[in-house]
Write a protein that binds this ligand. Sequence first.
Ligand code: AMP
Ligand code: ZN
Length: 494
Amino acid sequence: MALRLFNTMSSQIEEFRPLRDQEVRMYACGPTVYDYGHVGNFRTFVAVDLLRRFFRQSGYAVRHVMNITDVDDKIIRNAASDGVSVQQYTAKYEKAFLEDAAMIGIEEPMLVRATEHIPEMAVFVSKLVEKGFAYRSDDGSYYFRIAKFPQYGKLSKKDFSGMLDGARVDVDEYDKDSARDFALWKAPKPGEASWDTPIGPGRPGWHLECSVMSMEELGETFDLHAGGEDLVFPHHENEIAQSESLTGKPFARFWFHARFLLVEGEKMSKSLGNFFTLRDLVLKGHKPSSIRYLLTSVPYRSQLNFTFDGLKQAAVSVERLRNFRLRLSAGNFSPGATSQMQALAEQSVERMTGALDDDLNTAQAQAAIFEMVRQANAAFDTGGIKQDDVPPLLSALTKFDEIFAVLDDDDVPKMERVLDWAVSEGREKDISDELRAALQSGQLSDADIEKKIAEMQAARAARDFKASDAIRAELAEAGILVEITKDGIRWRRK
Ligand code: AMP
Ligand code: ZN
């Protein structure tokens, strides 16, 4: 089966095939770097990361470009009030964004920065003017003339037919020939950062940057354009208008939009106190892997309700998968293979791939791997797994993790970095006891703990209970609870 994806342009699920045989060219709108990214932003970025990883697993080479919006009104205002240059201001948040993205397992796309493409943007505007799609206002700003692009609204399915040239919808409208005309290029106000270009001084509009940089890196027509659902209108609609009026060719073939994340059922907002950056969540003691897992647990086209209960559940799920992998790689199995386990591994991979092929149904892909773990764990306890069953089961987990990227136990160093950052920013008061406790118990990786448990088992077998108790006490100190049952020794983190 081939990948089928919902295309916002056609409002339908379509079979996805790239234009060039084996290469997917995709562009995702990136962050505006004026603050730390919040968990909603990362829902969209993780969804795009998952898509990119699945393209690769499906055999495509992927050229994935993402912009960094490093100049806009807010940035200019904030930089001025901090008394620093735009570049100094954005450098800090761009770095933070890249660190956060890496923390949550996002593979780095090719990055393009608005401020590094100003001359190309000016050329683009002047070409639009030449073709009659853009005009200059008295103050030196440039606007796109929407009346010249009758397909305007085709992505968002908004009907603009009643709003022709001259319709008045906002107070600034006297500036423009049409109420819907949008700024391509903004002339500087006194004291504002601006660039000198052949079309005059100013700075690019946000829509313009994405059109110019995506086509520059990926060609006039490329395979897929992604972003959060709020970008459909006006951002993506405007990108289409600018790009297609200039080239006369279709811009992006597929439009991929992630639905919004809510927090505890509400829109995230600072005033409601439910606005969380990734760093806020880690400071509360949550692991990056739990956050990533939770963000991927709801298919990207469904609204995701982010709750702290859900986050705890996600932590348990990740732990379960990690423990299963350890159990497989550390266990002793009798020689041979079983047809049940061989079939289970094979069918689980098929179900997982089938679910992802079905418009990235991540929930079903996760359900498939959990069903495998449930059945294999049951078989484990009754000796139903043989030596040669281990590689296919492990390889199913690997395949899962190529997409979901939560199995490697690297949470502790990542959390330590957030803690160090909080200290360096003078935010010690935000470091929760939970984070400190998690770091303490997390000092031992799962593999370390398994090793200690094996030593404990060996000591007990040799009836050296003193040694066994010493190991147990050492583990307790590190926040690991050890339970001795008739079936063996179990452990969990406190
Ligand atoms: P921004 O930095 O505001 O331009 O946003 C970066 C990305 O995050 C865009 O693709 C937005 O659509 C997306 N985004 C913003 N808020 C949310 C949210 N609550 N849920 C999902 N995606 C979001
Ligand atoms: Zn964009």
